[in-house]
Design a protein around this ligand. Structure first.
Ligand SMILES: Cc1cc2nc3c(=O)[nH]c(=O)nc-3n(C[C@H](O)[C@H](O)[C@H](O)COP(=O)(O)OP(=O)(O)OC[C@H]3O[C@@H](n4cnc5c(N)ncnc54)[C@H](O)[C@@H]3O)c2cc1C
Length: 243
């Protein structure tokens, strides 16, 4: 078989690459080699028990927003719709076992902790403007911020336990690592690429948690895999590339 393009990995990236290449030139022979027996990579949607029977739950990537114009355009092309539920009470568990609830946009923290948190937000916003995301190391504070962990930075900046617990919980969930495992420079660049911390943590208009995909995010890959050029080969782990 004559192959023009071999793509490694049947996640959203690999499958989008195959889909877009085929749209540009339908004569290309394209193959996507996927190691697992399913497409989707870090998106995984499973049917789980729900109040009214079974519903699809996302266990990996799931939120999209208008700050991600490419995936929004792809969803429309694939005929996938989105929703978001924002009404109702919010629950928050920080540090200890204490669970609090609140209805506004402001977390239920003491006034001092809220001021502390706001001060950090201003500082992060200032820092973001100092970093060129195309070349973070060359930024004025590149070397200094690359040598400091996010954990040290947060502890230096915040005075109250409430604010520290809130920010640590939010960042852990967002980054999937402990704050001691990444540098301040990495975090500032990541945050900057998203247009600011608020974009990353909030679930309002134009933020990263603006919408969820009805039926689950894995459908993006499933639909792409079923679209032309329809060329995914499962259980084909690539162990060597020779050009
Ligand atoms: C828990 C979690 C929550 C997330 N939440 C969000 C969110 O809400 N919004 C958002 O935008 N993003 C979110 N993300 C990130 C998002 O899921 C990923 O950025 C995206 O799915 C990555 O797609 P990808 O195709 O680049 O990589 P992957 O999804 O990792 O796909 C790579 C594929 O390549 C295959 N592969 C790897 N090595 C080989 C090999 N040698 N041979 C053959 N195949 C190979 C893998 O099996 C996999 O299928 C989340 C991620 C996680 C884990």
């Amino acid at each position: 078989m004559n192959v023009d393009v071999v793509i490694v990995g049947g996640g959203i990236s690999g499958l989008t690459a195959a889909y877009q290449l085929h749209k540009k030139d339908s004569s290309l022979q394209i193959v996507v080699l996927e190691a697992k027996n399913r497409v989707g990579g870090r998106t995984l949607t499973l049917p789980l028990k729900a109040a009214d029977g079974t519903d699809n739950f996302d266990l990996g990537g799931q939120w999209v927003g208008r700050c991600q114009p490419h995936i929004m355009a792809l969803l429309e092309e694939l005929g996938l719709t989105h929703v978001q539920y924002l009404e109702g009470k919010k629950f928050m568990q920080l540090g200890s076992d204490r669970i609090s609830s609140y209805s506004s946009d402001i977390p239920s923290l003491s006034p001092l902790a809220l001021i502390d948190l706001q001060k950090l937000m201003f500082k992060l916003e200032w820092m973001r403007k100092q970093v060129d995301i195309r070349d973070p190391y060359q930024s004025p504070y590149g070397a200094e911020w690359d040598a400091m962990t996010l954990d040290t930075f947060v502890n230096n900046q915040l005075w109250t336990k409430g604010a520290r617990d809130a920010i640590e919980t939010a960042l852990r969930g967002m980054l999937g690592v402990e704050l001691s495992q990444i540098s301040v420079l990495y975090f500032i660049s990541y945050m900057s690429a998203a247009g600011g911390l608020k974009n990353l943590i909030e679930a309002t208009e134009y933020t990263a948690q603006e919408y969820k995909i009805v039926g689950g995010a894995q459908q993006i890959s499933q639909k792409l895999a079923a679209s032309p050029p329809s060329c995914v080969q499962m259980q084909q782990p690539v162990s060597k590339i020779t050009q």
